[in-house]
Design a binder for this molecule. Structure first.
Ligand SMILES: CC(C)(COP(=O)(O)OP(=O)(O)OC[C@H]1O[C@@H](n2cnc3c(N)ncnc32)[C@H](O)[C@@H]1OP(=O)(O)O)[C@@H](O)C(=O)NCCC(=O)NCCS
Length: 175
């Protein structure tokens, strides 16, 4: 039996924005069972893509997108769920349901954290529910809880302590 090939990860570009929109719906669906959150609209994670502080990576299988991870700087007046401060980008990630559990999430995180380092970011934050299996993935990459609200954790990672990347291929986020 042959081993499956290592996931192919490339930088995202403007052409990937509709796919990011789909992936953010998956992340919100996990949390709320609905595409919209109670306090933060899902669109906030994607709208006006390409502004300063935006970065993304996309996972491909047979040339088709199967997942994406991205970071974004939010203003304090319109924060994301995992907001820490205006200079710490917040992470979002999603893999299409039929391709989960095959290593794409891990490969996307590796690629995204390297992308963030190259852009000069020294930390990243995120928001996750305690019951989401993605929590273990985040812990492996050095994310630690820095806040909680009900069942939701805000996590923070120092990018200096994350594993070495395996990023292949580059697109352009227009930054
Ligand atoms: C979280 C997510 C991006 C992980 O992607 P993935 O490609 O399944 O991840 P990997 O295969 O690299 O596995 C990493 C971890 O994801 C979890 N995972 C694996 N298979 C999974 C599945 N079918 N469904 C959900 N999570 C799964 C496991 O905890 C795994 O950790 P482990 O190696 O300790 O078992 C993906 O499950 C997803 O899109 N979930 C819905 C959206 C979401 O919750 N986003 C995060 C919001 S904070």
């Amino acid at each position: 039996m042959s081993e499956s090939p290592a996931p192919l990860i490339r930088r995202g570009g403007r052409g990937d924005v509709p796919f990011l929109r789909d992936m953010v719906r998956h992340a919100f669906y996990w949390r709320w069972g609905t595409p919209e959150g109670e306090h933060v609209p899902a669109s906030r994670y994607v709208e006006g893509w390409g502004r300063r502080g935006d970065g993304s990576v996309v996972a491909l299988e047979s040339g088709l997108r199967v997942g994406a991870a991205w970071f974004r700087l939010f203003p304090e007046a319109a924060p994301g769920y995992g907001f820490v401060d205006e200079s710490t980008p917040e992470l979002a990630i999603g893999v299409v349901p039929s391709r989960r559990g095959r290593g794409y999430g891990q490969a996307l995180l590796e690629g995204l954290l390297e992308h963030a380092r190259v852009e000069g970011h020294t930390a990243m934050s995120l928001s996750v529910e305690r019951a989401n299996p993605a929590l273990h993935l985040y812990e492996r990459f050095g994310f630690r809880p820095v806040g909680e609200a009900g069942d939701t954790l805000t996590m923070h990672a120092d990018l200096g302590s994350t594993p070495e990347p395996r990023l292949r291929g580059e697109g352009q986020d227009g930054m």
